[in-house]
Structures are given as C-alpha cells and as structure tokens.
Write a protein that binds this ligand. Sequence first.
Ligand code: IMP
Length: 360
Amino acid sequence: MTHGKVDALLGVVFGDEGKGKVVDYFTPQYDVVARFAGGPNAGHTIIFDGKKFVLRSIPSGIFGEHTLNIIGNGCVIAPDLFMAEARELEAAGYDVKSKLHISKRAHLILPTHRALDRAYEAAKGKNKIGTTGKGIGPTYSDKAARTGLRVGDILCNFAEKYAAAKERHEQILRRLGYEYDITEEEKLWLEGVEYMKQFPLTDSENEINQLLAEGKSVLAEGAQGTMLDLDHGTYPMVSSSSTTTGGVCTGLGVAPSKIADVFGIFKAYSTRVGSGPFPVELFDATGDRIRELGHEYGAVTGRNRRCGWLDLVALKYAVQVNGVTQLIMMKSDVLSEFPTIKVCTAYKVKSQESRVKSQE
Ligand code: IMP
C-alpha cells in the first residue's frame, strides 16, 4: 500500500481465483476499495463473521469498518440485483448506504439487456459464449454505441429515457423472434432504481483523484480475469469489459502514473466457465477430482467449472499485459492429494511450440 496511489488486484487468468477473499484480507490497509469493471456477472464470495456473502456489484471492502467503497464508471449495474445484494448486507447489520458511492457514469443494465443477452446466445447455437445471462454484453454494446443509460440518468427525466431504450431493445427482440416476459422483473428493477437514489451518486473520478491528492490509498478490485478481457482475452469468448490494469485507469478515471502495485491472483490449477479455448482442460477423473476438491462451481450461475493444470503460458502473458508486480497463488492445498502435479509450459500448435522458458 502506498499513500496517494492506487494498487490493483486482478484475476490474471479466467477469474474465480478468490479475489473477494484477498480484497477482504487487504481491506484494513486501504482507505478506499473501488470496482472498475464488470457487473453482476462477478460473484466474489466472502465469509464474514461466519456468514457467507456473494458480492456481485458491491466492492469486497464493504466489511471494512472505515473503508469507502466505490462502484466506478467502468462498471455496469443492475438496480434490482444491486438492491437485493445491498439489502442482504443491511439485514445482516452492515451499514451499506454510508460506505458505498456509485459513479453517475456507470451504465445501467436494463431487463431488456438481459433478454437480449439470452436472445443473442440462443441465436448463436453451438457457438454460444456461455455468458452469465446478466446482460453484460448488450449493456456494454449500448455504451460503445452511445445509446446506453447511465446511473446519473435516473436523476432526470428517467421514465422517458427508459421507455425509449426499452422500445429500441424490444424492436430488436421482435426482429429476432425471441419470446420473453419481463413484467415481474421490471417491477423489481424499477423499485431498484428508486432504492439506488438513497446512495451517494457521485462524479467518482473527481472523488478518487481528490482522495489520492489527500494521500489516501485506493485498492482497485478487479472482476473476471485477463483471459476474459475484451481486448486481451480469448476473443470472442470473453466478457465485454476491460479486466486488466488498463481498465483501472479508464474504469476509475485515474492516470497510469497513479498506479503502484499490481497484484495478480491465480490458482495453483486452472478453471474456466463457459465456452472458449482452454488448452489445459482435463476431461478425465483428475479434472473431476480437482472440481470436487476445489468446489469449482460458479458462484453466480452454479455451473460446473472446467478444470485443468496450471497454464504458465497464459500466466506469463497476463503478467506482461498487466505489469504484475506481485503474484498471489490461491488454493494450492486443493492439490495436496495428488502425487504428481503438472503445469503447462508450452502450447503446440500444428507442430510449432511456443514455450515458457524455465528461467523466466
Ligand atoms: P458475460 O460476462 O456474462 O458476458 O460472460 C462472458 C464470458 O465470461 C462467459 O464465458 C462467462 O462464463 C465468463 N465470465 C463472466 N464473469 C465471470 C466470472 O466472474 N468468473 C468466471 N467467468 C466469468
């Protein structure tokens, strides 16, 4: 931790490394914990005071007594899911409203974004990405197309803006011939929009830079992993946000010179959820045993995670892309019962090898 600087804590392969747990461990050292990318596709599991919480949009610093938590401009947020998540914390006695600020520039995930996510996946058939179904891709697409709704929009003429966006989405859904019913979902979503108004909705980039100028320390909490990054991952089988160190700058509005340490988290073995290349995947009893011992089932979707040995080629690539200064290895105990542990040091593509040299 350095005063007046941002440290980044990132998943450096396919996500699900246990970032929430590590952020929770680091939180007492930092004044601010901020999420900079992604949304409720994440599921950061934390056991606090003996109770299990799965945080989707709320930063994992929320259990810190004096920690300010920020959902940054690079994030996407679903008001209904956010409300459920925050209320669960409130019911357990945590004061969320005084400790969580939300960027006015973060984008809103609409119920019709989720319907579009499902419709696009259905249309792709066997080429589907295997998304979490939370509307992430369609929301970031609207952001890039400059047609999205942002958190700040809920403060001014919202009904009108929402109706226009919904109609635009419904035209696409009709063209795709996709059947959906968002009636109940929409009621909760609109209640979530009202609920969000009780939180400080801020110009978070100004706020964070001001705090840094005062010498405060910030931990940027990543979501997903490098190989799911829109630019640097296994495109098109990726998520739609910037999950890497570059995403910290754009997703919080801080300059690269403000970043000090980059903590890269990985597991002693590999997992991947959803479709896409996974060279180290084990299709045998060893893969099943790793899944069982490591409890490798999705925190958000409950899906079986694909399992394999540690991939040093991917790890080396991620260290390079993110400028990792410190590596944190998780879940090595899961491998205790295996007499032999393997790691991947090279890929062979059509008899050509790309190798990670042992001294590197
Ligand atoms: P989306 O982010 O829901 O659009 O999903 C795109 C891809 O990223 C799918 O393969 C998902 O399984 C994967 N994905 C999204 N969020 C996570 C995560 O938090 N952990 C692991 N995989 C994820």
